[in-house]
Design a protein around this ligand. Structure first.
Ligand code: IVH
Length: 763
């Protein structure tokens, strides 16, 4: 027993020493901060329980160091302390109780609560208002002098007070803060490097290491030997404490924050002043919920005793002041081994790799698989099979792999490449030009059909009850259905022959299918699973297109015009006359007119002139430009109904056209139409076409002669008849209407006023 404890203490010590070295010296950690904390705490607890086993060189006895050897050393004017951690509210309560025991009996504690920024500590000195030195925390006593680098960070004032209205500067002020990347800046930097690596790869050069973690990248950026490199990265500094000063009299943390802000430092704006610990506790959940919405990463909150006198009285234990504590959020990141990859194929045919992980506990949940997004991302981040990887799980987002821990490789890792063919139907995979994803192009791929059907019948789509994934699988297996339309041709007999399909079940299923035929057109459109067409876009479409036939016709027109345009362009560009990057871009545009040209010229009255200007680098003759314009015009006209819908981008327009011109899709639609599935918009939804398809009966006295009203209705596509029937859309009632109103009510025909009719006309 005692031997076991001794062994574990030794193990933990060794492991922690190694991680400290990797983190602070090599700048190449292989576990997350939270994992480090967990090991550290285990050791701390063991040592507290069994002090006889504590080692003299235990990592708990020393302050970590980030000294790197590349910079002159700077001695801090006072020890740069660290914080002890609380992991739950009970830890906070214990912490307060301990503090109260150390203070006089009637002491009351107020607090300042602020986010714990996940960056690296910096200590900046000002003499008579001028920045004289900036140093990393180092070992708490000495740090690396990184003044030149810190001076490139715009949020660090070079002179204080920044606003000279604030009076004279203190003769000396040493502040402490945190340097970090805003999430947005880090993502931009990451993308930049990924793009650069793609270029390098194209030129056969070795890729540079991808940026994985904001904090390590910030640390690396701050420790550049050439400050011009630091200047290129968009680092930010937040200042939260005074380490030392001459001529500054402050009584509390709260005042300190205000003073720092007045001096012109970048200070977190949403620190809270709390009356007591209950006040603090009430705010914890809200802070945690906000975590993902903040512009920077935080790994918890810092809670400080507000009164500086009380904090002084509480003193320091080891390297931690008693008057402050870090309240750590559950970790969102952990490292684990990537043991394998599974491949999924979605309804659009998109192939998605999923990482199979050695199970790891993150934020209260065991995670054993995580998204890898796509193969392009896998290669950009150089994630390999067998790698130790960092996995993130935050909020409701599906856990995903952030990147590999390159430093933990042992050489046995292997490259991950996309499969050549679909693992389900063996069709060769395709990667459309410019896309990051690979696709299975086979619309009959069983996996794709499964996903398509599952989506088609799901709630919010066609909403067919009793048709879960298992039923769909059984129906496909038994060759009762092959596509969405087949669902509407199912009959009782073959269903009853299936295992587990009792009479009642079949009856319910068929009733539910029958009901689905009458779903509103826009819901039916959403169910088709056209890439980018969710319920919002579907509603936009049905506002403009009254039926599936209208969409089919429009798409067909666009396709024909596209083909004609392509023929024109091909003939003209046969022989290359010029070259260069802008020529390449223009050729690309000419080859993708629907997304690249039409949107710019939708309402152009001077199409030829504008095209001539755009195409100048191609050195075409006037007649050639005119020919292009002449064949672009019909494409503009044909696609305008789609392009002119606000909220429908060019790529979406292209998707829609592609979907409605695809032979397989057309057949499915046709079959559904024949089965009686509703493919018409409700008439009131049809804006623009006015009263088309509607029948009116007029009764009573109107503001103008009835003949005029009749003409008005007809001018907007409506019909006026003399008697009310079930086919009547509306009865328009003026003053003293006749029996037609009664008849309308009996037939459930809506009765409207003249004003409502006019409103209907003006949409
Ligand atoms: S106060 C003596 N406030 O967290 C207390 N620290 O785990 C000084 N940190 O080394 C720390 N945000 O680098 C304080 N708002 C904040 C902070 C913060 C991040 C860092 C700091 C410290 C580490 C302790």
């Amino acid at each position: 027993m005692s031997g076991d404890i001794h062994k574990r203490v030794r193990e933990l010590s060794d492991e922690l020493h190694n991680h400290i070295y990797r983190y602070h010296v090599l700048n190449n950690p292989i576990i997350t901060d939270a994992e480090y904390d967990r090991l550290f705490r285990e050791l701390q607890d063991l040592e507290a329980e069994h002090p006889q086993h504590a080692l003299p060189d235990s990592p708990t006895q020393r302050v970590g160091s980030d000294l790197s050897g590349d910079f002159p050393k700077a001695r801090h004017p006072a020890p740069i302390l660290s914080l002890s951690n609380a992991f739950d509210e009970a830890d906070l309560v214990n912490w307060e109780e301990r503090n109260l025991r150390l203070l006089s009996e009637d002491a009351k504690l107020q607090y300042v609560l602020q986010p714990k920024l996940d960056g690296l500590a910096i200590v900046i000195s000002y003499e008579n208002g001028v920045l004289t030195r900036a140093a990393t925390r180092g070992n708490g006593e000495f740090g690396d002098d990184v003044s030149a680098n810190v001076k490139t960070i715009r949020s660090v004032p070079l002179r204080i007070p920044v606003n000279s209205d604030r009076g004279a500067p203190p003769s000396r002020l040493v502040v402490r803060g945190e340097i970090l990347f805003h999430k947005e800046s880090f993502q931009a930097l990451k993308r930049e490097r990924e793009a650069r690596n793609r270029e390098r790869e194209a030129r056969g050069m070795k890729p540079l290491q991808a940026y994985v973690n904001a904090r390590n990248t910030a640390s690396g950026s701050l420790k550049q030997k050439d400050s011009r490199e630091t200047a290129k990265r968009k680092l930010t500094a937040y200042i939260y404490a005074i380490v030392d000063s001459d001529g500054v009299e402050l009584g509390s943390e709260w005042e300190t924050l205000r003073y720092l802000r007045d001096m012109g430092f970048n200070v977190i704006t949403d620190a809270a002043h709390c009356q007591d610990l209950d006040d603090v506790r009430r705010r914890l959940d809200a802070w945690e919920a906000r975590r993902d919405d903040l512009p920077f990463e935080i790994d918890g909150l810092v809670l400080k005793v507000d009164s500086l006198a009380q904090a002084r009285e509480l003193g320091v234990v080891g390297k931690d002041p008693r008057g402050a504590i870090a309240y750590k959020f559950p970790a969102e990141e952990a490292t684990t081994k990537l043991v394998g990859i599974t491949i999924g194929v979605g309804r659009t045919g998109k192939v998605t790799p999923t990482a199979q992980l050695a199970p790891v506990f993150i934020g209260g949940v065991t995670v054993s698989n995580a998204s890898l997004h796509n193969y392009e991302q896998v290669s950009a981040l150089d994630i390999r099979q067998g790698d130790r990887v960092i996995v993130k799980r935050s909020g409701d987002v599906i856990p995903y792999v952030i990147g590999p821990v390159a430093g933990a490789r042992d050489g046995s890792e292997t490259q991950i490449t996309p499969p050549e063919s679909c693992p389900f139907c063996e069709t060769k995979l395709r990667q459309p030009a410019g896309a990051v994803d690979w696709f299975c192009p086979n619309p009959k791929c069983r996996e794709r059909v499964m996903r398509t059907l599952e989506f088609f019948v799901s709630r919010g789509a066609m909403d067919i009850e009793g048709m879960g994934p298992q039923t769909i699988a059984a129906l496909i297996e038994n060759e009762l259905i092959e596509d969405e339309a087949d669902i509407f041709y199912l009959t009782a007999e073959p269903l009853l022959a299936l295992e587990g399909f009792a009479e009642k079940k079949v009856e319910n299923l068929l009733a539910s299918i029958e009901g689905a035929k009458a779903r509103p057109f826009e819901q039916m459109l959403t169910s088709l699973g056209i890439d980018g067409v969710g319920s919002t876009v579907a509603a936009l479409l049905t506002d403009k297109f009254a039926s599936a036939q209208d969409l089919l016709d429009t798409a067909k027109g666009v396709e024909a015009a596209e083909e004609a345009f392509a023929a024109t362009v091909e003939a003209l560009l046969e022989d290359e006359r010029a070259s260069g990057a802008d020529v390449e871009k223009l050729v690309y545009r000419l080859n993708h007119p629907l997304t690249e040209l039409v949107p710019r010229y939708l309402d152009a009255s001077d199409l030829s002139e504008r095209l001539a200007r755009l195409l100048k680098p191609l050195a075409l003759s006037e007649a050639e430009v005119a020919a292009i314009a002449a064949s672009l015009s019909p494409l503009i006209a044909a696609s305008k109904p789609l392009h002119s819908i606000e909220g429908l981008g060019p790529v979406l327009v292209e998707n829609i056209v592609e979907w409605f011109t695809d032979e397989h899709n057309k057949r499915v639609l046709e079959k559904m139409l024949e089965a009686g599935v509703n493919m018409r918009a409700e008439e009131k939804d049809v804006a623009g076409s006015g009263l088309e398809g509607k029948t009116f009966v007029l009764t009573g006295a109107m503001s103008v002669p009835r003949g005029e009203i009749k003409a008005l209705v007809e001018a907007h596509g409506g019909k006026v008849t003399g008697s009310v029937s079930k086919k009547t859309s509306y009865v328009v009632a003026g003053d003293a209407p006749g029996s037609k109103v009664d008849k309308a009510l009996k037939n459930k025909v809506p009765v409207i006023s003249e004003a409502e009719l006019r409103a209907l006309i003006s949409g």
